[in-house]
Design a protein around this ligand. Structure first.
Ligand code: PRE
Length: 199
């Protein structure tokens, strides 16, 4: 499509970014299993520093600003922690005994590391789409299709969700993870929604 000012935005570029962030978020389930079974805390500040350093280093080889990449990756990790906290809280309440957990260091983090390259690649490709006002996007890429309504919720999503990288940094449709009044979390893309709810 042709935008005001003659800029062409390919909605496909934007969709790839949404997909990669959703894939990354899916791994929060495996991370949570591993931490629950081994009794590890959700927050691992040292690991976060490694993830951010790697992202900023990779950003230096792309048309991406270090600040933007740092913010996007911080948001990704924040979202992962929310999912992990919700899952672990539920398993604790259920006194879950039969959780099968992958090895965090050997299995899950390598998958997160592999996704990081894709995510930054897609972030770079989506830079025109991300900078494009919502109203000018093709409907297939418009985050307004996502059910981000806060109706019936008594929980305000943390500020980090307001900068969900699937959305334009300045756009009105921010956040594709919502936490409802019963503590469940709904997250994902308009194509694929996952839902976690305490028992
Ligand atoms: O690797 C972990 O331990 C995770 O929990 C994943 C992750 C991430 O999203 O990369 C999220 C939270 C932690 O504080 C560190 C990293």
């Amino acid at each position: 499509m042709l935008l005001a000012g003659g800029l062409a935005a390919d909605p496909g570029d934007f969709d790839a970014l949404v997909r990669t962030t959703a894939e990354r978020l899916d791994l929060a389930d495996d991370v949570a299993r591993s931490k629950f079974v081994r009794g590890q805390p959700v927050l691992d500040a040292a690991r976060e520093a490694i993830v951010l350093d790697d992202a900023v280093r990779k950003a230096g080889t792309k048309a991406l600003s270090a600040d933007d990449v740092r913010r996007v990756m911080t948001d990704q990790m924040e979202a992962s922690k929310w999912i992990q906290y919700a899952l672990i809280a539920r398993w604790r309440v259920e006194n879950a005994q039969s959780i099968i957990a992958p090895d965090l260091a050997k299995e899950v983090r390598p998958r997160l590391d592999a996704l990081q390259g894709d995510l930054l690649q897609n972030l770079e490709q989506a830079r025109t789409a991300r900078a494009t006002p919502i109203a000018h996007r093709d409907s297939t890429a418009r985050p307004s299709a996502m059910p981000t309504s806060t109706a019936g919720m008594n929980f305000t999503a943390p500020p980090s969700f307001e900068h969900w990288p699937a959305c334009a940094p300045s756009g009105p449709h921010r956040g594709n993870a919502v936490i409802n009044s019963s503590g469940g979390i709904r997250y994902g893309t308009r194509r694929r929604w996952r839902r976690y709810r305490p028992a």
